[in-house]
Design a protein around this ligand. Structure first.
Ligand code: FMN
Length: 194
């Protein structure tokens, strides 16, 4: 199973990027082919329609291709003001925007339809960014994703990782593993051994 893992942050010391790395490692251990995608590696401008009319940026196409190639996803969503980040929204908006006349990407929902998605979040706050997930969920469902019922929010994230970038608390790691496991299980049933 091909598993795509990405975070809605590009911050150097991002808790969510670190959580994404942990989830990708767990995915590998569980036998998946995990891709850790960094949104910072994609040159994606702020969406606006006139810019798009001049041509969809090549890195948006690259992002659509990466999403489309992976039946299973884990999204690590930071919380800004009780919601997910503008960075994540911008990337998802571009990825869902149809490319007029394109042989593959004329259907905007294509990179999303049928994907099995697990949501994680991390914050130094007591709720671990959980509220970002409650806003992200309807967006993903609206685009045709199947959301895993298991989710996990890592609270007090500033002290959650050890020097190797692993989760210090085994109970937290088990929670992440349970989400990844469920996503791989469901994606296997929806997509076969893709
Ligand atoms: C504009 C802004 C709003 C924020 N709002 C929240 C919030 O509502 N809840 C929360 O737990 N943390 C909030 N934070 C703190 C973030 O969780 C923190 O910056 C975190 O490190 C972001 O995720 P990252 O480490 O993956 O980049 C906010 C940060 C910013 C910049």
């Amino acid at each position: 199973m091909k598993l795509l893992v990405f975070a809605g942050s590009t911050r150097q010391q991002s808790f969510n990027r670190r959580l994404a790395a942990v989830a990708a490692g767990i995915g590998q251990e569980l036998g998946a082919q995990a891709t850790l995608l960094e949104l910072g590696d994609y040159d994606i401008p702020l969406y606006h329609a006139e810019l798009e009319a001049r041509g969809t940026p090549p890195d948006v196409i690259r992002l659509k291709e990466a999403m489309d190639a992976h039946p299973a996803w884990i999204v690590c969503s930071p919380e800004y003001n009780g919601s997910y980040t503008g960075l994540l929204k911008n990337a998802l908006d571009w990825a869902s925007s149809p490319v007029a006349g394109h042989p593959v990407w004329a259907d905007g929902a294509r990179p999303f339809g049928g994907k099995v998605v697990g949501m994680l979040s991390a914050s130094n706050g007591a709720l671990g960014g959980l509220r970002s997930q409650s806003h992200l969920a309807p967006l993903l469902i609206n685009l045709g994703c199947w959301l895993a019922p298991r989710q996990y929010a890592l609270a007090r994230a500033a002290s959650a990782f050890d020097e190797q970038g692993q989760l210090a608390d085994s109970a937290a790691r088990e929670q992440v593993q349970a989400v990844v496991q469920q996503v791989l299980w469901a994606a296997g049933r929806l997509h076969g051994a893709a």
